[in-house]
Design a binder for this molecule. Structure first.
Ligand SMILES: Cc1cc2nc3c(=O)[nH]c(=O)nc-3n(C[C@H](O)[C@H](O)[C@H](O)COP(=O)(O)OP(=O)(O)OC[C@H]3O[C@@H](n4cnc5c(N)ncnc54)[C@H](O)[C@@H]3O)c2cc1C
Length: 480
């Protein structure tokens, strides 16, 4: 506990990804709002903060290495941007080009208009679509008459989609779209932890399609009051996601960030004071600790303190993914690029899992007359492709771009970014596991976990998790 005569309470945040930075920023905000004196230190193992977020500028192109946007429906990242003065920098998708293609039998087919992740909301475009067979379309429509499934806590995405809409929807759309977001196998992915609203729709309305029609009818009124109403579903920053990291970092005046400081373990003394030890042997005393690291890093930090909690953390598996940015002259790409990109179902057995037409999706990503595309490689279903060396990976991606977009020319440049063990796999029962871990952590006042392993992998969820950890720890530190 800090001596009130000398030092204000000190909170150590381990991990300088977006969750850790959001936690630090929220601590600072709360300290000022509630007039509670406070210091914090962010300890980051690598030589830069931001974790998976990163943007590079090259020859007039703007390359997103990790995430290229965040969702506006979940308000936390958008709200943070507003609070740190980034609202004028926010840009939405260029919705006049909004369309997604799906690879089917080796060719790009349009995802029918109105198809919402795993269910159709418009029958006209669905009937005309070549993405599904007639029997597949009829099977999808069965959702309208099928009874509710058995009452259960959780179910895999694969099982849910198969029983409500049939295997074609699962293999051709749900797997590449949702599996793509989570880089996961839909047959082990928890529906409750990833797409709870579909589970809720079935519980409340029986038919998911009917529930979506109903929601669509109410949307105009809701949109007026929703915080994201001004925005497209996905938003980004004019100069890239790095702006969020740089702006947050620049505003953290109540504390400091230490890079090249990998934490090896944490201990708690009988008086509740924490001791955080780094790999270089240095130690920091703290009144509170927020661990915003991936669970395979968090587990060893806590092993001495609570081996059972560490064992639970160890059960969360991660997949790896790489992004491959390729710059072209526009006239080198025969395809009209009339969409935001395409996804590749696993059943197609190709070497990429998705490709974004980055310079179509957002303004300012390529100079006039040029185009930027970005492919994703790896994930849990194609883990071996993540291990290709750079030359092999570029070659594999170029082969796929030749097939689907007709690009024969060499790119002006290619940039490969690798994210090993970056995407936690939310397996069936994930939420129960998280609740158990939260109860275990609650036994140690002043300690909190944050990051993409727990209640959402997206940036908005990571911001929420970091901010919630800050609020919890501050309350407990003040109460100590
Ligand atoms: C390729 C890719 C694309 C994505 N696209 C999107 C997208 O478009 N939109 C979206 O919303 N989400 C997207 N995501 C997901 C999202 O970016 C991540 O889930 C999120 O950024 C994770 O943030 P985090 O703070 O939890 O973890 P990280 O970003 O992993 O940060 C953890 C930090 O902890 C540090 N660390 C680890 N161990 C220690 C230690 N012992 N001591 C000190 N520091 C340590 C690490 O160096 C790292 O900086 C994407 C993810 C990937 C991989």
């Amino acid at each position: 506990m800090a001596n009130p005569q000398t030092q204000p309470p000190h909170v150590v945040i381990v991990g300088g990804g977006i969750a850790g930075l959001a936690a630090a920023h929220r601590l600072q905000e709360l300290s000022r709002e509630r007039e509670i004196p406070l210091r914090f230190t962010v300890l980051e193992a690598s030589g830069r903060v931001g974790g998976t977020l990163g943007t590079e500028q090259r020859d007039g192109f703007l390359l997103e290495l990790g995430p290229d946007s965040f969702i506006s429906e979940k308000p936390w990242a958008l709200a943070l941007c507003r609070r740190i003065g980034l609202e004028p920098e926010l840009i939405g998708t260029r919705d006049e080009h909004r369309a997604t293609f799906v690879v089917h039998n080796g060719k790009l087919e349009l995802l029918p208009e109105g198809f919402m992740l795993l269910a159709p909301t418009k029958f006209g475009p669905l009937l005309r679509s070549r993405l599904f067979s007639w029997s597949g379309k009829l099977r999808m429509a069965l959702d309208l008459v099928l009874p509710r499934g058995p009452q259960q806590d959780d179910e895999s995405l694969g099982s849910f989609v198969r029983r409500r809409f049939g295997h074609e929807v699962l293999e051709r759309v749900a797997q590449p779209l949702i599996g793509g977001i989570y880089t996961a196998d839909p047959d082990s992915l928890s529906l409750a932890a990833t797409m709870p609203r579909f589970l809720q729709m079935e519980r409340e309305h029986r038919s998911v399609i009917a529930a979506m029609w109903k929601a669509a009818r109410h949307r105009p009124q809701e949109a007026k009051s929703a915080s994201g109403a001004r925005w497209s579903l996905f938003v980004t920053l004019r100069n890239g996601m790095q702006t969020l990291v740089d702006t947050l970092t620049a505003r953290l005046s109540l504390g400091q960030i230490r890079q090249h400081c990998a934490v090896s373990h944490i201990e708690r003394a009988d008086d509740g004071q924490w001791r955080v030890t780094c790999l270089d042997g240095s130690t920091l005393a703290a009144d509170g600790v927020i661990l915003a690291t991936p669970t395979f890093q968090t587990a060893p930090l806590l092993r001495r303190l609570d081996p059972q909690l560490a064992a639970h953390l160890d059960t969360i598996q991660y997949s790896s993914a790489a992004t491959v940015n390729l710059a072209f002259r526009r006239d080198q790409i025969p395809h009209p690029l009339n969409g935001f990109g395409f996804v590749v179902p696993d059943i197609e057995h190709r070497k990429i899992i998705a490709c974004s037409f980055s310079s179509v999706k957002y303004a300012g990503r390529a100079p006039e007359g040029y185009a930027l595309v970005r492919a994703f490689v790896g994930g849990s279903l194609q883990a071996e492709l993540f291990n290709l060396d750079d030359a092999e990976m570029e070659q594999a991606v170029r082969q796929e771009l030749a097939t689907f977009l007709g690009i024969q020319a060499a790119p002006l440049f290619t940039h490969i970014a690798r994210y090993p063990r970056s995407m936690p796999q939310y397996r069936v029962g994930h939420l129960r596991l998280v609740e158990t871990m939260e109860k275990q952590v609650a036994r140690f006042p002043g300690l909190a976990l944050a990051g993409n392993a727990y209640r959402g992998v997206g940036i908005a969820d990571c911001v929420r998790g970091g901010e919630a950890a800050a609020e919890l720890v501050l309350t407990q530190v003040v109460a100590l």
